[in-house]
Design a protein around this ligand. Structure first.
Ligand code: SF4
Ligand code: SF4
Length: 327
């Protein structure tokens, strides 16, 4: 199942406020493809970026792409920004910017993170790692930017999975024409619509400011673009193997190790555990078993890090431990 919740909008704009390339007789187009995992807020990130660009006077379209029960699984979201009405629909296969909320997605070819990277001006990766090392390791020829958004989210929000504002801010900063003020307004607008508490919204705004300070604008490369369509134009969708993980055969979930999806590992304090079994019952991947004494045990090869057990444990004896990549 694919969810395309697109929205479009438009208003007049001032060309002299823009510092991006001009293509096709004055037309300005920016296509941003976000990649993350269910629970990161990637859909909201694409919406924030769209709202911020709209504030900057552009026409925008944003849409998420994900399947059923996607918590922890690879998802994508798209933001198209244009000076003209956007008649293109479907997956962005020729992104100007790729924004990656979880570096482990780079190793997951099925997530399609680097599809069309030859068109991109830059790839942003949420990572504490070195951008040059990542570019070499994954053979990314364009500019690669890294920033540890997760660490900033932990510090400011208390949760490293809540990345929507941070990821959107990285994208907006890279464009060079969406201002910090417009992005902050978009963060407030979109998070308020999701009924996020005012205090938490303001901490997201502070996170946005920090990300803006850490991500530089990237001049966009000139490249040939398709002619402007004069009617709705459906872009060929990526195959399911490129856009969402596949179920190859019935009953293969135990064989498909989803442990590398995790940004955080649940760690149980067995001294405090009351053996209620709620985590065992609620784990969507059946990654928790109970031993003979009724204590839960987590199968870390299949725990995808959705943190439902962490959220639902009635005595709060499960904590989040950040995973450290060792490629
Ligand atoms: S063990 Fe916890 S974090 Fe891991 S998949 Fe199950 S509910 Fe999610
Ligand atoms: S939900 Fe918490 S208390 Fe209950 S079995 Fe799991 S870890 Fe123990």
């Amino acid at each position: 199942m694919i969810d395309f919740g697109a929205r479009t909008g438009g208003m007049s704009f001032a060309l002299n406020t823009l510092r991006i390339r001009v293509k096709d007789e004055g037309r300005i187009v920016v296509r941003i493809r976000f990649h993350g995992r269910g629970g990161h807020g990637i859909k909201t990130a694409s919406r924030i970026a769209g709202s911020a660009a709209f504030e900057a006077g552009m026409q925008v379209q944003d849409s998420p792409v994900y399947g059923a029960e996607r918590r922890g699984a690879a998802i994508a979201a798209l933001t198209r920004i244009d000076t003209q009405p956007i008649l293109e629909r479907g997956m962005i296969s020729d992104p100007d910017f790729i924004v990656v909320a979880d570096e482990t997605l780079l190793t997951e070819s099925e997530a399609g993170v680097l599809v069309g990277h030859e068109f991109a001006s830059a790839v942003f990766v949420n990572s504490p790692g070195n951008s040059r090392a990542l570019a070499n390791q994954f053979h990314i020829p364009c500019r690669v930017l890294t920033l540890d958004l997760t660490a900033q989210a932990i510090e400011l929000l208390g949760r490293g999975l809540a990345l929507s504002a941070a990821v959107a801010a990285a994208a907006c900063a890279m464009t060079g024409f969406i201002s910090l003020d417009a992005t902050c307004r978009a963060v407030r607008l979109e998070l308020a619509e999701l009924h996020v508490q005012p205090d938490l919204i303001e901490r997201n705004v502070e996170l946005t400011r920090r990300v803006f300070a850490g991500v530089s604008a990237v001049p966009m490369c000139a490249r040939p673009v398709a002619p402007v369509p004069d009617c709705i134009h459906e872009v060929t969708a990526l195959g399911t193997c490129e856009s969402v993980p596949i179920i190859y055969a019935v009953g293969n979930s135990a064989a498909r190790h989803t442990g590398y999806w995790r940004l955080f590992r649940p760690v149980i304090d067995l001294e405090a555990c009351t053996r209620c079994g709620i985590c065992y019952a609620l784990c969507p991947d059946s990654a928790i078993t109970l031993n003979e004494q009724g204590f839960p045990h987590i199968d870390n090869e299949n725990c995808k890090g959705c943190m439902m057990c962490f959220q639902e444990c009635p005595v709060h004896c499960i904590r989040e431990q950040r995973e450290v990549r060792a490629w």
